[in-house]
Design a protein around this ligand. Structure first.
Ligand SMILES: NC(=O)c1ccc[n+]([C@@H]2O[C@H](COP(=O)([O-])OP(=O)(O)OC[C@H]3O[C@@H](n4cnc5c(N)ncnc54)[C@H](O)[C@@H]3O)[C@@H](O)[C@H]2O)c1
Length: 249
């Protein structure tokens, strides 16, 4: 397979579902070898199988992004299978709607562990292999709610805001060492993450989006595809908002 990500080896977290699955499929279609990482084994295997059926290269690896030992094993697996690691998409994430007085200690700790510590552990563990490759890219998936506020979801806002500055800091640290780091900020996207939100509330959410609809997982993955390709070789520390105009309001 030819394509914009030829010779790239990508590790995608949260790859079993939604935005992560779209990354895995699009990246493989563009020529990358993809390690689909997630806690959801059955769905993750299905994503990898579908990629292989379509002529791409992908395998599933069970990874809890909050666990450093899992990360070490996942990175080692990618290198053992494909010889290198050039590309990391830190996409796995969890949501909690709890506001300032409602969020629990456990809920707060879980979101920090998955959304914030998970992104740091991913960058930390993958970095030695990314540096060895000499031409690598990391994309961290935040949220527009890491830039702007909304009532409630205090832990989600906190962790997504943290991803924003972690990306800038890492981008500066590695700017001259062959690893680019960028952050993508999705607006409201049609994925299972909003599965529990009642239909009426979803319609209200869509009505508030200037384009009048939610985005698709592919809308986000196309931005990462550019950022992980050599077309973006001068792009690091960047912020890419993909939200149908929501933050332009
Ligand atoms: N859907 C939206 O509207 C939206 C908006 C902004 C940002 N995002 C972000 O996009 C990313 C992907 O979300 P999505 O909408 O595709 O949701 P999703 O629920 O479809 O996918 C999230 C995936 O992450 C996995 N995951 C959760 N915790 C994990 C862990 N500890 N280790 C490994 N995998 C784990 C889940 O199993 C799931 O497959 C998240 O970081 C989310 O915060 C989503």
């Amino acid at each position: 397979m030819g394509g914009r990500l030829l010779n790239k080896v990508a590790l995608v977290t949260g790859g079993a579902s939604g935005i992560g699955a779209a990354h895995a499929q699009l990246f493989a279609g563009a020529g990358a070898k993809v390690l689909v990482c997630d806690l959801q084994e059955e769905l993750g295997h299905t994503v990898a199988e579908e990629i292989r059926r379509n002529g791409g290269e992908a395998e599933f690896f069970r990874l809890d992004v909050a666990c450093e030992d899992h990360w070490k094993a996942a990175v080692a697996d990618a290198v053992r299978r494909y010889g290198t690691l050039t590309t990391l998409v830190n996409n796995a994430g969890a949501f909690s709607a709890g506001g300032v007085e409602v969020e629990t200690d456990e809920g707060w700790a879980r979101l920090v562990a998955v959304n914030q510590t998970g992104v740091w552990l991913g960058m930390k563990t993958a970095m030695p292999e990314l540096l060895k490759s000499g031409n690598a890219a990391i994309v961290n998936i935040a949220s527009i709610y890491g830039i702007i506020g909304s009532p409630g979801a205090i832990a989600y806002h906190a962790t997504k805001g943290a991803i924003r500055v972690m990306g800038k800091s890492a981008a500066l640290e590695y700017a001259r060492r062959g690893v680019r780091v960028n952050t993508v900020f999705p607006g409201v996207i049609k994925t299972p993450m909003l599965g529990d939100v009642p239909e009426e509330a979803l319609r209200a959410l869509e009505e508030a989006i200037p384009m009048g609809r939610r985005g698709s997982p592919e809308d986000i993955a196309y931005a990462s595809l550019y950022l992980c390709s050599d077309e973006a070789k001068f792009v690091t520390g960047g912020e890419f908002v993909i939200d149908g105009g929501s933050t332009a309001l």
